[in-house]
Design a protein around this ligand. Structure first.
Ligand code: FAQ
Length: 334
């Protein structure tokens, strides 16, 4: 229905008795908490699953610049503009660390871009929703970065060394991003009635897509069992979604905002909130390319790629000129 690139087996974790001796040794390494490094032997499915997840994560960071980029020229003050510029630039950097981590697994950056531009690779569903006003920038920082961090903090312990190390650095920056979003929301909630209403409206629109960021319910998650056995994923989609709700409810209360879910209620017995599931049909539509902004996002990415061709060609020509065997060409010849 929705799967475009099922690179891992998607059949769940392999039983120990079905493993080859190499696979068994590999699994023992994972189970004992050791990191896997690029040059080590790894099962083909492990490599493919990592390439899929890391490259989709990288694409999300890069496409994720677009909804916020939309507001750089319209930020309400010079200070807010400078902060937003820095945040969007950070997202580009996150994309680069992640593409770098994926490249250690034997895929080139050009191949990854080709998969994104052809629609073969996914990126996070959340970035297919529009940013209609300034309050949406607050909601993205608070809720979207908040959901991203919830996932990424766990991924710092992922089993693949380069991915884990990229996550440690990214999480530091994402924490700042989340605070800047919360700060925008605080300002608006303490402002005029109209500003508070804008903040509430942004929360109403971003709440459900933020819950979808954690992926389909566990029962429908194709990759979770295998990815968790390999410790590529540390938590299930539902576990992280629950943690996010539990963390976010008190933050919304502090802002004086209402979470748009009439079933939201503290459940004393389980020690967490009960809440309504997002509309999973909408989620599957969005990840199949039919969300409100999918076509716009792809058009913008492909245009940026095409417009940058002359620059990439220039960089390659420069690198070639100065590569080994051609070292006599001085910088003055450029
Ligand atoms: N959107 O079997 P599962 C950010 C796909 S970073 C689109 O459960 P898995 C920073 C999934 O790929 C946000 N597709 O899959 C920022 C699979 O399809 P496939 C990105 C989704 O991989 C903030 C199919 O559904 N973070 O926001 C989504 O085990 C602000 C079946 O699902 C990451 O990527 C979705 N939400 O679990 C930037 C974190 N959910 O590939 C700018 C790393 C699922 O077979 C501004 N990734 N799918 O065709 C992960 O942790 C996992 O990949 C999950 C999905 C949890 C996203």
């Amino acid at each position: 229905m929705y799967a475009q690139v099922v690179e891992g087996s998607g059949k769940g974790a392999k039983a120990t008795e079905d493993m080859t001796p190499e696979e068994r040794a590999f699994q023992q390494k994972i189970d004992s908490g050791q990191k896997i490094e690029p040059k080590e032997w790894m099962p083909d499915g492990y490599r493919k699953t990592l390439i899929r997840q890391i490259s989709q994560h990288a694409h999300s960071e890069v496409v994720g610049q677009l909804p916020e980029g939309n507001w750089i020229t319209r930020a309400p003050t010079l200070e807010r503009k400078a902060i937003l510029l820095a945040k969007v630039q950070d997202e580009a950097g996150h994309g680069l660390y992640l593409y770098g981590a994926a490249e250690t697994l034997g895929i080139s950056r050009d191949e990854m871009y080709e998969q994104l531009h052809s629609g073969k690779a996914k990126y996070s569903s959340i970035f297919n929703y529009p940013t209609l006003n300034w309050a949406d920038i607050g909601a993205i920082g608070w809720l979207v970065d908040g959901a991203a961090i919830m996932n990424q903090v766990a991924l710092q312990r992922t089993s693949y060394g380069p991915y884990s190390r990229a996550m440690i650095r990214i999480c530091k920056e994402e924490s700042f991003h989340q605070r800047q979003g919360y700060d925008i929301m605080m300002k608006m909630c303490n402002g005029t009635e109209a500003q508070k209403a804008m903040a509430q409206d942004a929360m109403n629109r971003f709440w459900w897509p933020a819950l979808m960021m954690f992926g389909p319910p566990d029962a429908d998650s194709v990759h979770s069992a295998e990815s968790m056995a390999w410790k590529i994923k540390i938590n299930t989609n539902d576990e992280l979604r629950q943690k996010f709700v539990d963390q976010t409810v008190p933050q919304a209360e502090y802002l004086g905002l209402t979470i748009p879910d009439e079933n939201l209620a503290w459940n004393e017995e389980k020690g967490s909130y009960d809440f309504t599931d997002p509309d999973w049909d909408e989620f599957f539509q969005v990840i199949s390319g039919n969300g409100p902004c999918n076509a716009d996002r792809m058009r913008a990415r492909v245009r940026a790629w095409d417009d940058g061709e002359w620059f990439r060609d220039g960089l390659s020509a420069y690198a070639e000129k100065h590569s080994a065997g051609n070292t006599n060409q001085g910088v003055e010849n450029v």
